[in-house]
Write a protein that binds this ligand. Sequence first.
Ligand code: UDP
Length: 326
Amino acid sequence: MKRVLITGGAGFLGSHLCDRFIKEGFYVIAMDNLITGDLRNIEHLFKHPNFEFYHHDVSKFIHVPGELDYILHFASPASPIDYLKIPIQTLKVGSLGIHNCLGLARVKKARVIIASTSEVYGDPLVHPQTEEYWGHVNPVGPRGVYDEAKRFQEAMTMAYHTYHGLETRIVRIFNTYGPRMRLNDGRVLPAFIGQALRGEDLTIFGDGSQTRSFCFVADLVEGIYRLLLSDYAYPVNIGNPAEITIKQFAEEIIKLTGTDQKIVYKPLPKDDPKQRQPDITKAKEILGWKPKVTRAEGLAITYDYFKSLPKERLYEEANHRDFDKK
Ligand code: UDP
């Protein structure tokens, strides 16, 4: 039985990856320090004989007994609010964390895939973004701690690939949504759906003309799975090219939820990218992958999930627990 370590395994993407690898017959070890992850995302897996959970901070030395075939590094805070609250942890997990994962991979002779991001392109001057674009990133802005950690992580991963001959894969993930996104983490979809369910106005930052392209989580997981099993070591964009403005997105959520709340406008956060759309030519050609779930289908599934949560979860604060702030 193949064994896989998934860091950030209790997070939004990590938990869906745990489900997928369990379904494919792997032995899955999920690792998470639970700063932004949530055990409720994986509690259904605890009874599974092929699943194990390590409560551990991947920025510290990682010990995993036994063999490992694959390591998926998906631990990281992933929303602008998180970057402001835990900037140093964000930098550490992308730098010390990946160093530990790569070191572990060498010892275990495992293949590593890292979660990179469209944020490596920053506020892009090339549209749509191809993997060849080097980006337009402000290293000292509020997103710098995330963007630069992810850029460093890519560089470190390539160095282990070229210098040590390690098998590595890099997925550049564009905006993704679906069940288990954290409410109140500031990202636009849980923000809008949470507001609609609480009977609050929907907050658009700026004039809402900035664009994003939203991918449903099941499509993303399929792309990651194919990339991991491929033999391509360079970065691959995975995302849904269906681009919309945030204003249109708010209108879609209003229609979906039937809320009679209105839209209110707030200042645009610093360095908020004006446009974002993946060029997925590589994923199509190399992986035979393209997204299948339309936004209407994906949003309906996601809304059903948020509606099914106990009401008090709509009012839960971000769960940044006590942790080493250094
Ligand atoms: N946004 C918004 N209202 C909110 C939360 C976010 O208008 O309540 C905007 C945000 O300014 C950005 C877009 O929605 O332009 C997507 O934000 P998110 O934080 O989800 O992701 P990212 O900016 O990293 O793509």
